[in-house]
Write a protein that binds this ligand. Structure first.
Ligand code: URA
Length: 240
C-alpha cells in the first residue's frame, strides 16, 4: 500500500510527521536509493527501500508500549546535550528503540508512556485525542479560590485558550497540594498555569494518564501495557 513518506517515517516511530517533513527537506530521506525532497511523495514500505540517514526502515515491526514511573532528575528525551540521565537509561532489557509520548520536565516525576508505535504516539499527542492527564502539584503558597476557578475555565497561553481543567485541593498546608487534570499537554503547561496566579510549582508529579495509574509501579520502574490497555488508548473516547 502506498503512503506518504512522512506518514511512513512517523509510523516507524522515527519522529513526528512534521519533523519527518523536515528530514525530507534536508535531503535525509531516500527511496530505492534516490533522495526524495518532494513532500507529497509516496512509497510502499513493503516493497520499497525507504531509508532515513541511510538507515533502512523495516516494515511495521513489533510495537511495544511501556509505562514508566519517571523519577525527578531524568530528561524525557532520547539524548541530552547536557548529558543528564535520560528516561531511556531506565529501560533495562528493552532492545527496541522507543520514544517518550510527550514530555515530563527534568524536575517532574510520574507517569510517562514510551513506544515505538509512531501512529499511536501521534494520536495520543494530538489535541483531538483529549486524553486526560492528572498531576499532583505542591505550590509555594495558597492561591485564591476565584483564581483557581479561572484556571479551570481556561486562560490564554501562547495566544490560545487552555482547555477546561479540573482542580481540587488535596492537602491544605502552608505549601498546599492540588490535583489538576488537563486534556492537553502544552509546553510546561501546569507550571505556567499556576505561575499565572503568582504561585510557583515546587513539586509536580503525573499520577494518571487516562485510566493508567502508577499503582504498583515504583519510581524508576516500568511495565509493558497489556493489549487491552493499548486498545483502550487507541479507541479513547473520554470514557474510563
Ligand atoms: N506540565 C509541566 O509544567 N511540567 C510537566 O512536567 C508536565 C506538565
Amino acid at each position: 500500500m502506498e503512503q506518504r513518506l512522512q506518514k511512513i517515517i512517523a509510523d516507524a516511530g522515527i519522529t513526528s510527521r512534521r519533523k519527518a517533513e523536515e528530514l525530507m527537506l534536508q535531503g535525509r530521506v531516500s527511496v530505492n536509493g534516490q533522495v526524495i525532497t518532494q513532500l507529497g511523495s509516496k512509497a510502499d514500505v513493503a516493497r520499497d527501500h525507504v531509508r532515513v540517514d541511510g538507515k533502512l526502515l523495516r516494515g511495521p515491526g513489533r510495537h511495544i508500549y511501556l509505562l514508566l514511573n519517571k523519577p525527578v532528575g531524568y530528561v524525557s528525551t532520547v539524548s541530552d546535550p547536557e548529558r543528564r540521565p535520560t528516561v531511556i537509561s531506565l529501560l533495562r532489557g528493552v532492545k527496541e528503540r522507543v520514544y517518550p509520548v510527550g514530555r515530563l520536565d527534568y524536575h517532574s516525576s510520574g507517569l510517562l508512556l514510551l513506544t515505538n508505535d509512531g501512529a499511536l504516539a501521534n494520536l495520543l499527542m494530538s489535541r483531538a485525542s483529549a486524553i486526560p492527564r492528572t498531576y499532583h502539584v505542591k505550590l509555594e503558597g495558597r492561591p485564591e479560590p476565584s483564581a483557581l476557578a479561572k484556571l479551570e475555565q481556561g486562560i490564554v497561553l501562547d495566544g490560545r485558550r487552555t482547555a477546561p481543567a479540573r482542580i481540587r485541593l488535596l492537602a491544605e498546608r502552608e505549601k498546599p497540594w492540588y490535583e489538576i487534570t488537563l486534556t492537553e499537554g502544552r509546553y510546561h503547561q501546569v507550571r505556567r498555569m499556576f505561575e499565572r496566579l503568582g504561585q510557583a510549582v515546587v513539586k509536580l508529579k503525573r499520577v494518571r494518564i487516562a485510566f493508567l495509574s502508577e499503582e504498583g509501579l515504583a519510581p524508576g520502574h516500568f511495565r509493558h501495557l497489556t493489549a487491552a490497555e493499548v486498545n483502550r488508548l487507541r479507541n479513547w473516547k473520554g470514557v474510563g
